[in-house]
Design a protein around this ligand. Structure first.
Ligand code: SER
Length: 583
């Protein structure tokens, strides 16, 4: 059965059971800065699970676009995905366990035609917070699941909560028996050997958890989630999601183009491309903070694995066309956004190629040195140097090392990073003070333009760019930054264009006060962390820049007018200087 048929059957089935079909929320949560992406169908519904009235009633169903990023590094095996679609149905204080289980069973066996004997289920075993779920057990018995296919587990397996705090409760999970032999006498749905594949999770949300423990919600809810890619894999009789129609055109094309036959790399390219298409489609753009950085990581990892496969990156537009075509039936909106999606991906790839080539070359030297010294672990200094001098992200160094059977020592990385920032700061403290000395209207504009320039240089030249100094007068801004080489005309032009693009986009500049630790955790850029007080001010510009800074700044980038680089020159060894104006 095709993915779109499964989706349509699901929505129609629950509609026939009195549910309203609601649209998928965008991948990027609206009005919720606490999560990067929607990770489950219930996420946009939290206020309603807590008691607010939903305009569409107490029975809802939808398909939800989801991105889960904890497992990025696992993608490449036969099951992990960062993007997936979750089919769900909800009772907001309406039906509870009996009806939910009866409906799930009917859908699986009658609508999808899964033989009853292939279904095993698990229920909550009970503990000091919540009793054993005999209600769910009895409901399964009633529909005909025998005792030997009903298992009980504790909170690790049969309790669901998004994160640390929020609505939660015991769940009952349904598993599909692939028919593979048992891995041992104790083989069961939670053992992970691959015989049993989880297909659906029904959470009975009647609790709320916060730091004081569990309390009862005002209403008893049901929240269910069925992963579409996995169900498609089972119903198409395939071993992995990559063999299904959701990925197969692109996987075949990669196989045609590749010089090196690397299955994990093909999966990484296909998966990360699909995820990136969906994130960009919902408005995500690569950047150095938060969700923009996740997208950047996906695209960089994809680029590196294209290289490993020996596929010329100029083929990317063709690959994007193939994947968009494959997705267009389920997500027609990607067709309209095709050009934007292509431009964003190709531009990011272009920016990264140079960093990748230089970084990989240097990595090989470091790896050889390590091996020649009879060691198996890359020193922190080497990992840091790859980042500082070549802009090569530490997570990529780690991945390369693992591929070559090496380890990395990251124990001292944070200290080196801070030391480096301190050095930059010390070298420029005087000049920087000058930058803040006078703050009239035009100086305020230059101050904001400085943050934009800093962010743009990181995009165009790489992550190794750090502010080394700044000086602002009424006539111009001057910005010193770490970078080993003269900028090319193209790089200068790109930087200028990027800053002007952000000015045109009219990005809001927001100010927040927060504990220093939180500011660092949130990825805010700073020059000399020890010198800041415990509570700091952080200026954020749209999604492109976040810096610890005393201000002042304009309220919106639109106020800046037009940005122009007048000069790019050497300042001192490894430090470049840009003079620029706003006109
Ligand atoms: N929230 C549950 C999950 O994500 C069920 O939808 O598995």
């Amino acid at each position: 059965m095709r993915a779109i048929e499964i989706r349509n059957k699901y929505l129609n089935f629950f509609k026939s059971k009195g549910h309203s079909v609601i649209p998928s929320a965008p991948l990027i949560p609206e009005n919720d800065p606490s999560v990067l992406f929607n990770t489950a169908g219930m996420q946009p519904l939290v206020p309603y699970l807590l008691g607010q009235k939903h305009p569409s009633g107490t029975r809802l169903t939808d398909y939800q676009k989801c991105v889960r990023t904890n497992d990025i590094d696992e993608v490449g095996d036969n099951r992990h995905l960062t993007y997936f679609e979750m089919l769900g149905n909800w009772s907001l204080g309406d039906y509870f366990k009996d009806e939910s289980i009866a409906m799930s069973y009917e859908f699986l066996t009658k609508e999808l035609g899964i033989p009853a004997e292939k279904i095993s289920v698990t229920c909550f075993a009970g503990d000091e917070d919540c009793a054993k779920d005999t209600v769910a057990y009895n409901a399964w018995k009633r529909v005909g699941i025998p005792d030997e296919r009903i298992y009980f587990f504790g909170k690790d397996d049969n309790w669901w909560i998004a994160g640390e705090e929020g609505p939660c409760g015991p769940d009952t999970e349904m598993f599909y028996d692939t028919g593979k032999p048992k891995c041992g006498p104790n083989c069961n749905p939670s053992c992970g050997c691959g015989k049993y594949v989880e297909i659906w999770n029904n959470v009975f949300m009647e609790f709320y958890k916060d730091k004081n423990g569990y309390s009862k919600l005002e209403q008893k809810n049901v929240d269910t989630g069925l992963g579409l890619e996995r169900m498609t894999m089972l119903l198409e009789g395939k071993e992995t999601p990559f063999d299904t129609e959701l990925f197969s055109d692109l996987m075949n094309k990669l196989e045609d183009l590749q010089q090196n036959d690397l299955i994990a790399s093909r999966r990484i390219v296909a998966e990360h491309l699909r995820s990136s298409i969906m994130i960009i489609n919902d408005g995500g753009r690569p950047s150095n903070v938060d969700r923009g950085y996740i997208l950047r990581r996906l695209l960089r990892r994809m680029t590196r694995h294209m290289n490993k496969l020996g596929i010329d990156v100029s083929k990317l537009p063709e690959l994007i066309d193939i994947q968009i075509e494959a997705m267009s039936e389920m997500y027609p909106e990607v067709i309209n956004n095709k050009e934007t999606i292509k431009n964003v991906i190709v531009e990011e790839k272009d920016k990264f190629m140079k960093t990748l080539q230089n970084g990989e070359r240097e990595f090989e030297k470091v790896a050889n040195r390590t091996r020649n010294a009879g060691k198996d672990t890359l020193e922190t200094e080497s990992v840091f140097n790859l980042y500082e001098t070549y802009g090569f992200p530490p997570e990529m160094t780690e991945e390369l090392a693992i591929e070559q059977g090496l380890k990395v020592d990251m124990s001292d990385y944070q200290r080196l990073f801070k030391e480096h920032q301190e050095k930059s700061r010390l070298g420029s403290e005087q000049k920087f003070k000058g930058g803040l000395a006078s703050t009239g209207e035009i100086e305020t504009k230059y101050h904001t333009a400085t943050h934009l320039l800093n962010a743009a240089l990181k995009v165009v030249l790489g992550e190794h760019v750090h502010q080394m100094g700044s000086n602002i007068t009424e006539e111009r801004m001057r910005f010193d930054f770490s970078h080993p080489a003269k900028m090319t005309d193209e790089e200068k032009q790109k930087t200028e264009e990027l800053v002007n693009e952000w000015i045109k986009e009219g990005l809001d500049v927001t100010i927040e006060e927060m504990p220093k630790e939180d500011a660092i955790k949130s990825g805010a850029e700073c020059m000399f962390i020890e010198k800041y007080p415990d509570v700091v001010t952080v200026y954020t510009i749209g999604t492109i820049s976040k810096e610890l800074c005393g201000g002042p700044h304009v309220k919106n980038t639109r106020e800046l007018g037009h940005f122009k680089i007048k000069k790019e020159e050497a300042s001192s060894s490894g430090v470049r200087r840009i003079k620029a104006i706003l006109d």
